[in-house]
Design a protein around this ligand. Sequence first.
Ligand SMILES: Nc1nc2c(ncn2[C@@H]2O[C@H](COP(=O)(O)OP(=O)(O)OP(=O)(O)O)[C@@H](O)[C@H]2O)c(=O)[nH]1
Ligand SMILES: [Mg+2]
Length: 284
Amino acid sequence: MQEKNIHWYPGHMKKAFKEIEERLKIIDVVVEIVDSRAPFSSKNKFLDELIKNKKRILVFSKSDLVNKDNLIPFLNYYEKIGYKTLPFNVKNKDDVLKLKKAIFNLGEEKRNKEIKKGMKVQNIRVMILGIPNVGKSSLINAIVEKKTSSKANKPGHTKAQQWVRIANGLDLLDTPGVLPPHYEDKKIALHLALIGALPEEILPLSIMCDYLLDFLIKNYDSELINRFKILPPLKSNQDVLEKIASSRGLLLKEGKLDISSCERLVLKEFKEGLIVKAIIDELC
Ligand SMILES: Nc1nc2c(ncn2[C@@H]2O[C@H](COP(=O)(O)OP(=O)(O)OP(=O)(O)O)[C@@H](O)[C@H]2O)c(=O)[nH]1
Ligand SMILES: [Mg+2]
């Protein structure tokens, strides 16, 4: 990959990070979200130190976009190092119920203390954390069962913290997505761009598409062939792009194949889970 530093740390993220740190003092439970398609790359290690002493749950969002069996080793990995994990599809009512239960379990100790002391039982205060576009606002809306937090398929949509109170004992705090200020490994940034956590403009289109095609040809060639109705053998990335462009009728005015539009199409269809339900991170 080209030796270019990948960097996207807008001003609001720096501010958001500080605000998370300040607000944590009054938080009872942290729900940290990673994207199931990249369970390692989408975990912001810079948050670890802040939340290490909090009761917390690690939610694997967008589990509908991966093969559940392939997710198990990643869940096990995090469980082994002490996390309580939960695969989560925002549209699955059972998953939402399981998450609510897990939050109440973690908040129970605090409630019992309040009861013991004869205090009025307070709502459990829950902070929802994670990198951009992992589904923080969507998860809140699913728990509340209405649209209170604004969501969009665009990283950096939520710009400020927002409390959402629900009647039956929870206060949920939506936070803006925060990314690490830098990456140890450029592969992480590529994976984040492929799942939509980094804006596409950050990386050159052809580099992203090359990386994705290498991955798909190596691991999911038959899915690629079936999705785009192309013929094997898949000789090179260029060959695949030309075949897809022909199959989808992507042509420039002069009748030449429109490779840039084809690259955008492949990235978009991958992001939407239309080519394959794949996890792009590797278990080390
Ligand atoms: N397939 C799928 N899509 C989801 C799921 N949860 C959220 N999304 C989609 O992911 C996109 C981002 O959702 P948001 O809830 O806005 O994400 P966020 O983490 O609040 O994003 P920021 O505010 O930008 O940090 C939206 O298009 C959601 O519809 C899920 O479980 N499955
Ligand atoms: Mg949001």
